[in-house]
Design a protein around this ligand. Structure first.
Ligand code: PLP
Length: 436
């Protein structure tokens, strides 16, 4: 056998052993999973939460600590895929929800909180007008449909490896369940090829949508030049530019767009902005958003039973104005930057083919020495080592995404960062022979 084949066999053996220990540690999670498979396909109602041999079930959480069905405690470095920025049961969020509940849940009417929340969101993220939805998926569906109507053009430019919600997955190019728009698939951070593709579809392209840092695809920042090129090209051909800031809005007081200095026509939001409740929003230029003004005879409809539900409106307003202030956003992302630098220094010291990418409070691990500039680069890294890293960190009481993504939420302090650094250091030492 070659050296590589031998190492792969060693990684397989280490993984098998780690999974065996995982199964032994989690009998109650296994029992829950088996029961769930009798009523939900694969025991699952949210694909990202499934992994083999079965997922851990959590029973309780507080701040940045969580406890699973078998009594093990974890430090929550997943932070609900960026939606859990406030931590679990933040007293201010809780008080806002309790107060809202005191006055009824579903009012079937305009309420006193929605416009206040809309003002907080528009001022914070530089939007002229905003509308609320129940999820980021819905926000993107509405924003893309709006762009196609506004420009009277059909095509939607997306990026390979991008993700904009349940029906907008572009890992490996696309998914059969995607909304059947006429897509033009481009390569993230590839300036020349994307410019050529925009030119080739100049008459029919309605909109370009992307995250200014790809989140789910591996926390891969777009270069400023790439974003500036897209802004200039979209304007030149009369297409709209949408930034999906469902995840990245947390990375700076005004969202990541405020850092890179590129203004999209529309922005979509989601995750933590609802204070931990179901949330989505799309907004931007008034001229576009006014298409939804119901006073117009030709107004576009925008329905949604829970669009203005008082729990989300109240939790979101309290979160954005009382907790995640601009100063808090700066401090949290400084903590994230310091943590990522520290973890990367550990990888470099160990000489391991391992690195953490990201910006501020979002990070993802990749097992490669090469630069990670696109989801394709991330996919080319060693996936088995990533799986081993996941199971090893669970064993150390660190909760993270199976795909290696982590976030720093507000309750995470120095002690938690030390714990994560310690777990990474132990992984680097304990798995040294595999990390060559
Ligand atoms: N856009 C991005 C960038 C996301 O990461 C996600 C969810 O992970 C979505 C949209 C969809 O949001 P939701 O899960 O609320 O539908």
């Amino acid at each position: 056998m070659s050296d590589t084949a031998l190492r792969n066999a060693d990684i397989d053996a280490a993984l098998a052993e780690a999974k065996e220990a995982y199964v032994a540690r989690n009998p109650n999670s296994l029992a829950r999973y088996v029961e769930a498979t009798t009523v939900m396909p694969g025991g699952n109602t949210r694909t990202v939460l499934h992994y083999a041999p079965f997922p851990v079930a959590m029973v309780r959480a507080e701040g940045c600590r969580m406890w699973d069905a078998d009594g093990a405690e974890y430090t929550d470095f997943l932070g609900e895929y960026t939606a859990g920025l406030y931590g679990h049961s933040h007293p201010v969020i809780r008080a806002a929800v309790d107060k809202a509940l005191d006055n009824g849940i579903s009012l079937g009417a305009a309420n006193m909180t929605e416009a206040r929340f809309a003002r907080a969101v528009t001022e914070r993220f530089g939007l002229e007008r905003v509308r609320f939805t129940n999820s980021g998926t819905e926000a993107n569906l509405l924003a893309l449909s709006t762009a196609r109507i506004f420009t009277r053009r059909p095509k939607v430019m997306v990026f390979d490896g991008g993700y904009h919600g349940a029906v907008f997955g572009f890992a490996g190019g696309g998914s059969p369940i995607n909304v059947p728009f006429d897509y033009v698939l481009a390569r993230y951070n590839d300036i020349e090829a994307t410019r050529a593709l925009v030119a080739a579809h100049a008459d029919s392209l309605a909109v370009v949508i992307l995250e200014p840092m790809i989140g789910s695809g591996g926390c891969i920042p777009a270069s400023g030049d790439f974003l500036r090129m897209l802004r200039a090209e979209a304007t030149r051909i009369g297409a709209l530019l949408i930034f999906d800031e469902v995840m990245t809005s947390r990375l700076a007081p005004g969202g990541l767009q405020s850092v890179v200095g590129v203004k999209p026509d529309l922005t979509t939001l989601g995750k933590y902005i609802g204070g931990g409740m179901s949330f989505g929003a799309f907004g931007g230029r008034a001229e576009i958003m006014e298409l939804f003004d119901p006073r117009r005879p030709d107004a576009l409809p925008h329905a949604g039973t829970f669009n203005n539900n008082v729990l989300t409106m109240s939790a979101g307003l309290a979160g954005l104005t009382e907790i995640y202030t601009p100063d808090a956003a700066l401090a949290l992302n400084r903590r994230g930057d310091a943590l990522r630098d520290r973890l990367n220094a550990l990888c470099a010291q160990a000489g391991a083919p391992m690195q953490f990418t990201g910006i501020g409070s979002m990070l993802a691990v990749h097992f490669t020495r090469g630069a990670v500039r696109s989801p394709a680069d991330a996919a080319a890294a060693n996936q088995k080592l990533k799986e081993l890293f996941f199971f090893d960190l669970l064993a150390h009481g660190i909760w993270l995404a199976r795909r290696g993504m982590m976030t720093v939420s507000l309750p995470i302090g120095d002690a938690e960062c030390d714990r994560l650094a310690g777990a990474v250091q132990e992984f680097l030492a304990g798995r040294r022979s595999l990390l060559v």
